[in-house]
Design a protein around this ligand. Structure first.
Ligand SMILES: Nc1ncnc2c1ncn2[C@@H]1O[C@H](COP(=O)(O)OP(=O)(O)O)[C@@H](O)[C@H]1O
Ligand SMILES: [Mg+2]
Length: 332
C-alpha cells in the first residue's frame, strides 16, 4: 500500500505448463507447452488492468489459473492476503465467490438449453444463496442492472443478439457480488457498434459496484479506453507494464512499440508520419520458446551477442513503468 492504493491481488511467478503427450495406448509426456512462464503483477482495488498480447501469448491461461480453473504449475496468487493456490474445499469455494470471469464468446459460454433466468441464477443455486424466491428477485435485479428486460427471464440464449448474450454473461458473473472480474476478451467477438456499449456497461458497473477488472484483449486499441494500467504479454511472459498513458506515449519494449505502431491515431498528419513496425515471422511455439529473451527471434533491434543468451528481468525503469528488455534504457 506504499502509494495509498490498496492491493487486491498479487500474482507472483505464475507458471502454467500443459503436458504434451504421445501414444495411443501408453501415453507418455514428450514435452510441455509453456503457456504461462513466470508472470507477476499486482492488481489494485478498483482499477482496470488491461492484459494485452497476440493470440496464444497465454492471457486466457493467466485468467483461468488465477481462478484455479487450471492448477498452477508454480507460483502464487495472493488475493486479499490469502494464497488462493493453497486453499481447499469450503475455503476455496468462499474465496472463489469473490472472483468471477466473463468469456470471449458469449453464446458458447451460455448453456443453450437453460433459460437466461436459470443461467444467471445458477451461481446462486450452486452456492446455496437465499431461497427460491430471493434468488429469483436477485436474478431480476441483475438483468435490470445489465440493461436487460427482467421479463425475459424465461427465454433462451439463442433469442438474444450477441451484445445481449454478453450482458447475460455479465449478469451471471455478478451474481455472487464479486470483487474481481476477469474479463476475457469480452468484446472481441462483438460487432464494432456493440463493443462500445458493452465497454460502457462494464465501466458503469465498475463505478456502481467498486469492481476491479483484469481486462484481456488481443490488441492495444481495445484496452485504451477502459484501462488504468496495461500489461503486455509475449509468449507466456509480461514484457512491459505501466500506466495507460506511459504505455501509449512512451513504450519502452520493442514488442510494445511494434504493437503500438499498428494502432491507428486519429490525427491524419501524425498517422502519416508514423513508421509501422512490422515484426518478421510468426510467434514461436510455446512448446519450444527461444532461449534468452524469448522475443529475440523477432526483435527489430536484437543484439545477437547478448539477447539470445540472457533472459531479461522485468525491471522498474521509471516509477510504475516495468519493462523486460536488456536495452530498454536506449528507448527512453
Ligand atoms: N487446456 C490446454 N491444453 C493445452 N494447451 C493449452 C491449453 N490452453 C491453452 N493452451 C496453449 O497455451 C498457449 C496459450 O494459450 P491461451 O492462454 O489461450 O492464449 P491467449 O488467451 O493469449 O490466446 C497456446 O499455445 C495454447 O494452445
Ligand atoms: Mg484467450
Amino acid at each position: 500500500m506504499g502509494d495509498g492504493r490498496e492491493i487486491l491481488a498479487q500474482v507472483r511467478g505464475l507458471v502454467k505448463h500443459f503436458p504434451i503427450s504421445r501414444g495411443t495406448i501408453i501415453k507418455r509426456v514428450v514435452g510441455q507447452i509453456r503457456a504461462v512462464d513466470g508472470v507477476s503483477f499486482d492488481l489494485y482495488r478498483g482499477e482496470t488492468l488491461g492484459l494485452v498480447g497476440e493470440t496464444g501469448s497465454g492471457k486466457t491461461t493467466v485468467g483461468r489459473t488465477m481462478l484455479r480453473l487450471y492448477e498452477a504449475t508454480e507460483g502464487e496468487v495472493i488475493f486479499d492476503g490469502v494464497d488462493l493456490m493453497s486453499l481447499k474445499g469450503k475455503e476455496l469455494d468462499r474465496m472463489r465467490r469473490r472472483i468471477s470471469m466473463i468469456f470471449q464468446d458469449p453464446f458458447a459460454s451460455l448453456n443453450p438449453r437453460m433459460t437466461i433466468g436459470s443461467i444467471v441464477g445458477e451461481p446462486l443455486l450452486v452456492h446455496e444463496v437465499g431461497n427460491k424466491k430471493e434468488r429469483q428477485a436477485r436474478v431480476r435485479q441483475l438483468l435490470e442492472q445489465v440493461g436487460l428486460n427482467p421479463n425475459f427471464i424465461n427465454r433462451y440464449p439463442h433469442e438474444f443478439s450477441g451484445g445481449q448474450q454478453q450482458r447475460i454473461g455479465i449478469a451471471r458473473a455478478l451474481a455472487l457480488d464479486p470483487e474481481l472480474v476477469i474479463c476475457d476478451e469480452p468484446i472481441s467477438s462483438l460487432d464494432v457498434s456493440i463493443q462500445a456499449q458493452i465497454v460502457n456497461l462494464l465501466e458503469r458497473l465498475q463505478d456502481e459496484l467498486g469492481l476491479t477488472y483484469l481486462f484481456i484483449a488481443h490488441d492495444l486499441s481495445m484496452v485504451r479506453h477502459i484501462s488504468d494500467r496495461i500489461a503486455v504479454m509475449y509468449l507466456g511472459k509480461i514484457v512491459e507494464l505501466a500506466d495507460r498513458d506511459s504505455i501509449y506515449s512512451n513504450p519502452l519494449h520493442p514488442y510494445t512499440q511494434a504493437l503500438m505502431s499498428a494502432v491507428p491515431v486519429p490525427d491524419p498528419d501524425l498517422q502519416e508520419a508514423r513508421v509501422r513496425i512490422i515484426l518478421e515471422g510468426d510467434i514461436p511455439s510455446p512448446a519450444s520458446p527461444p532461449e534468452g529473451c524469448n522475443f529475440h527471434t523477432r526483435c527489430p533491434v536484437v543484439r545477437l551477442d547478448h539477447c539470445p543468451l540472457a533472459e531479461p528481468e522485468l525491471r522498474e525503469l521509471q516509477p510504475g513503468h516495468w519493462v523486460a528488455c536488456h536495452y530498454a534504457e536506449d528507448f527512453q
